[in-house]
Design a binder for this molecule. Sequence first.
Ligand code: 26Q
Length: 801
Amino acid sequence: TLHAVPAGDAIDATALKADVLKHLTFTIGRAPEDAALGDWRMALSFAVRDRITESWLASERAAREAGAKRVYYLSLEFLIGRLLEDALVNLGLAEAAEVALRDLGLALGEVVADEPDAALGNGGLGRLAACFMESLATIGCPAIGYGIRYEHGLFRQQFEHGRQVELPELWLEQQHPWEFERPGSRLRVGFGGHVHQVEGRTIWHPAEEVEAEAFDTPIVGWEGQWANPLRLWSARAVYPFDLNRFNHGDFRGAAEPEALARTISRVLYPDDTTDEGKALRLKQEYFFVAASLADILCRFERDFDDLALLPEKVAIQLNDTHPAVAGPELVRLLHDERGVEFSRAVEIARGCLSYTNHTLLPEALESWSEGLFGHLLPRHLEIIERIDAEHYGAHPDRPGSIFEHGEIQMGTLSFVMAHKVNGVSALHTELMKETVFEGLHQVHPDRIVNQTNGVTPRRWLKSCNAALSDLITETIGAGWVRDLSQLERLEPHLGDGAFINRYAAAKRANKAVFSNWLAGDYGLKVDPDAMFDAQIKRIHEYKRQHLNILQTIAAWQAIHDDPQADWTPRLKIFGGKAAPGYHFAKDIIRLINDVAARLNADPVTSKYLQVIFLPNYNVSLAERIIPASDLSEQISTAGKEASGTGNMKFALNGALTIGTLDGANVEIREQVGPENFFLFGMTAAEVTARRAVPDHARRAIEGSAPLARALGALRDGTFSPDEPGRYHGIADNIAGGDHFLVASDFAAYHAAQTDVSRAYGDRETWARMAARNTARSGWFSSDRTIRGYMGEIWGAAPLID
Ligand code: 26Q
């Protein structure tokens, strides 16, 4: 469709085109006739970056002049994805760019798709940090995101004979046009060594030092009024090159210090649960925390001269325990280096710090052996011991300490050093109070607060789903992009058949685009009128992708029994990576791929049921899948998924949820209404009770013939004829201990899926339910979440109206 281009856009397009050509010539050094797609993308990115930069510098000036409180978000992960389209959308330049590029013989869609994802995160926690950065800028809260500029982000996933293979990710192979390198801001970070007392003062003499160099990427908010930096640190050697060794012919040795130092920022750890306690991981944590805190204090001391003002001017948020060493480091900077009395230093640090917990899974709670920790950070170990002693002195009846099982418990340290600790959904926050932090909650009853996660509607609706966005804007105006609660203005239109038809047509159009892409890139022909049913997230036992595939097998068997029946056609879409050392998760991936091969080749059933596992799931792939989905699978064992954020993206884009009462599913169901949500399964309390029932899995299998039969197909080699034993491990796990209650929840899930199929048969009713999900998802904006943090945790105020 051709849009009538308004005058403003025409002017923007002309100016943008001139700037693209200017950058192509003078920044890239390429003539138009020789430019490749990547050169054009680079030129457009620089032209867009110029427009962000002015607003960014003005934002910093405004914050300085206001003497405003600053927010610092410390996170080992920022899962940004692509930046060009996001920037164009937020600057209101998407149409101008389309016109400008068309004039140059290029398609904007191809140019933006050429950008590699910045995959500096594993999953939910990292993507949340990215949504928060965008919302902070949209709201106009002066903030900096601090992290590591990994040379290699999360591994690229390939399948070989259905098995996951990991390849290095190379996002920096091409020039990265968004960042500003800051050679002037280099500072040193020490490790190891020993601690001295000199005239009553403590001095740490590190054995080793590396240099941290900052790279700033401006993150611009909606309508371009405000921008904040994402400041990522890169590690390098203090003396990068040993000329003496080189002159003696030792060429390899001459470069060694540099190679060694750089390993710190070389690669993102790809495991999002099991904490392996590796020294390099602890080095990464301290490296970026030390650099960030030095930077934060330097900024503070430029504007203020009284350290007592620190909590009034500085809020530091810890994204999980990964930056927990910020507690003792800030105490060290205040006490050892600035002479603040110890208890006062702890008090000031606590006034600045707050901590977000993202998991209660015991295997994911971070801890470090005292030996390893003290070897790398001897002074910090002493400080933690003193913090623990003082906290214990103040609360002698408190159960437990920071040191337990011979290890430093980073969750406890973070809790003790924070003035607020938050959970990421209502249910998760209540469970924090009852389980992991029960004792601490009793002595600090006001410390734990809830801030339910959210997602940015700019990326997760406006930009990824143009068909639906345009319909919404035509119906209720454009105010929803900044204030997502305005989606409730759709409510009066839900009874209008014409509106529901248009809503259904937008979804159908997205599904057609997705189907064409699947056919082109994966050779899979699918019916765009089939139900698109998606489970996209990291592969984990608690997320229960194996429950989904087992039920898919049961459905396939049922269709085989009666192929003439009136089956609702479905496409099952899977996406997600397994941690490289997580063998069970990798087996699940292989099983899904084997099931897909068998089912898609079945001439009897494939017109009703197809399965695809899309390799290398990432942010950009999510942006394709979510707008085209009808059904969102949120089927974790109740009590295990802290929040989920994909669940919110699906609901916003009009996919109905099939889900358990877990994480933010609970709040989604409350918002959209129970009649617009397919609930199944045990509650968190029932899960705990069920685990105590002897033989719970065996009993569940005896009670469900479809489950027994599906498990039978795992055992008899239906999906692995060349190796019949391949899936006995998965079958034994489910029939045995079944810690995540796959067997016990199966029958309820199977019944709910039958309800889903029946409901999808009535397309108008389904479309109305989908539209209700959109209309009632306004609360899940990360703008709402960030306002919650600003008000209840940071005490920060926006600097734009
Ligand atoms: C820890 C130690 C060593 C190496 C790696 C890690 C590590 C890395 C990443 C531990 C955990 C993570 C990521 C956790 C995560 O993504 N949690 C998810 O956070 C989301 C945002 O709050 C929630 O919505 C999800 O429910 C939660 O699983």
